[in-house]
Write a protein that binds this ligand. Sequence first.
Ligand code: BT5
Length: 266
Amino acid sequence: MIEKMDKLSCSEISSAIQDNLQKFEIKILEETYSTNNYAFQLAMEGAPEGVVVFAEKQTGGRGRLKRKWDSPAYQNLYFSMILRPSISIEKISQVTLVTGYAIYQALSKIIPNGLKLKWPNDLMIHSKKICGILSELEIDKDSKVKFVIVGIGLNVNSELKDFSKEVAPIATSIYLETDCKQPRSKIAALLLDSFYREYEEYLKNGFSIFKEKWEKAAKIRGEKVEVLDSTPPLHGICEGLDSSGALLIRAGENLYPVIAGDVVFK
Ligand code: BT5
């Protein structure tokens, strides 16, 4: 039986949002290279905070360091939010961490077991990746943040055969975890609702109130961890996050804050 195609709908996304603290404006594209590129261009042209760009398909979906993000059509969520927070550049990683926490909160309602945050920008289930976040920013002449684009890729209804052969062994989706296909507009609304709630909280009270919640959702304290591609190699025991959001790794007598990069927990 051919299933009815589940297309994203602005009105369904908006009406399912419970309690929007912010004004937002949703755009849905059939296909684009990358929603981050599209939103970046809109922001350069002056689009305000609250604009959210979704695409049914990305032909050049990106992760960090130009890695590819598998973006098959009509199955998952690929979207980018324009934000204009008054924060300094070094706090951009906090926006990624807050976004991850918001997604964790939203997905916990659908996936009761195994969901974990992975520093700095992933959500995992039993060591497989279900969601990745890509934050990019533009600064002005005085090195102040002009805007941040937060891009989210969440695997919703993909089956293993839909992923490329490189990604299939390391990826999962809501469907693969729950055996249940989901209306994507409803999931999009859940994510936006949760995001704007946590983001408002962050703008009001800063990152410190997220530190403990984030550590708990990532279950990282006391775990063995290795920082990839560091010279010299760095591995040790994770002591959680510092107040800025850096990952703290104890190696012998020393405590190292790691501000960016890829880590593996063992
Ligand atoms: C990320 O990068 O995880 C950030 C991904 C952000 C994607 C969104 S989609 C909407 C917006 N528009 C964009 O162009 N991007 C954002 P990173 O930590 O570098 O991880 C990339 C790695 O994740 C790849 O090298 C693969 O190993 C893996 N990967 C690729 N596609 C995947 C998928 N669909 N599901 C799970 N893992 C995937």
